[in-house]
Design a protein around this ligand. Structure first.
Ligand code: FAD
Length: 284
């Protein structure tokens, strides 16, 4: 199933993101994660890709194949392009074809080494190659702007370049205030960015997880979240419960506002995905 077709079907699709587990039993562990997520009936499941030759880089396509063939899920493989050449990326694209993958999220990944002679600098360099190869292609979007770019208007221009290069939908970075998503959506539509946008939600589970994320991606923390992180800093269970409840509210509000899609960062925790999915569905 091509993910671009999912967005036109009425109800807001709820999809999940997972990452390839590390270690000797990575594939078995991924199997367990998919087995936990499949009964939740996600619209699709995406699998992240680690650039830089780590051992689990090879597993992205394999896990996406497993989700399709063993669990009947619509899957999407992430693919980064920084520090790649058209030839090296060509081999990766061919492998995704061999594995029967239909949907790819085209990403830059970590910034290129400025001294490298890599030809692939931006996601917009990868998108046309994937489209020419017959994939359904999505790309990343940033409601608060990409961390490297302080100029929100310029960031939006770069998003439009990705749409013009062939991106058929966008999936956003996490955010903790839905107002940011709605403002972003208005700015996108005003800038003629018309493809569906699935909004990414990550439940907060611990102070360290959130600190890492916000410094990595530049997302802002609203006061209520800061207060909850401070209040339950040493009470892991209460913080998790608050994080799940907060995510349910975000998801429910996005669905009530009829956004094109909601993408849940599951952190490979089916029980968290279940609590949020069921909470949001019950509230509908
Ligand atoms: P680009 O769209 O190429 O943009 C990168 C920066 O360059 C931005 O600041 C942009 O404004 C600027 N820019 C873009 N085009 C131009 C241009 N033509 N001229 C000048 N500047 C330009 N990372 C991984 O390594 N693996 C993953 O699996 C992964 N999954 C992700 C999933 C989602 C939903 C999101 C939101 C991010 C994900 N990332 C992943 C992180 C992503 O790789 C980083 O955010 C990366 O820094 C940017 O990737 P991009 O594809 O958005 O880059």
């Amino acid at each position: 199933m091509q993910i671009a077709d999912l967005f036109a079907q009425g109800a807001t699709p709820l999809s999940f993101e997972i990452f390839p587990p590390k270690g000797e039993f990575a594939i078995d562990d991924a199997h367990d994660v998919l087995a936990g997520l499949a009964p939740l009936d996600p619209a699709f499941v995406s699998v992240t890709y680690s650039a830089g030759g780590s051992s689990n880089t090879q597993h992205t396509g394999e896990i996406a194949r497993m989700g399709q063939e063993e669990f009947g899920l619509t899957m999407m493989a992430h693919q980064t392009c920084s520090n790649e050449t058209p030839a090296s990326i060509g081999a990766r694209i061919a492998r995704l074809h061999e594995l029967g993958i239909e949907n790819v999220l085209a990403l830059r990944g970590d910034a290129c080494d400025p001294d490298s002679d890599a030809d692939m600098r931006y996601a917009s360099d990868l998108i046309p190659l994937l489209r020419e190869a017959g994939f359904c292609v999505g790309a990343a979007a940033y409601p608060e702007g990409h961390i490297d770019n302080l100029d929100l208007e310029l960031d939006l221009e770069h998003l439009k370049i990705k749409q013009d290069a062939g991106a058929q939908f966008f999936v956003t970075q996490l955010f903790f205030e839905n107002r940011l998503a709605y403002d972003f959506l208005d700015r996108c539509r005003a800038a003629n960015i018309t493809v569906p946008i699935a909004f990414g939600i990550m439940p907060f589970m611990s102070k360290s997880q959130i600190s890492r994320m916000i410094f990595l991606c530049g997302a802002s923390l609203p006061a209520p979240v800061v207060k909850m992180l401070a209040r339950w800093e040493d009470d892991e269970e209460s913080l998790r419960k608050a994080g799940v409840e907060y995510a349910i509210e975000q998801v429910q509000d996005l669905i009530d506002n009829k956004v094109d899609g909601v993408h849940l960062y599951t952190m490979n925790k089916p029980e968290i995905a279940r609590a949020i999915t069921e909470g949001a569905r019950t509230a509908r």
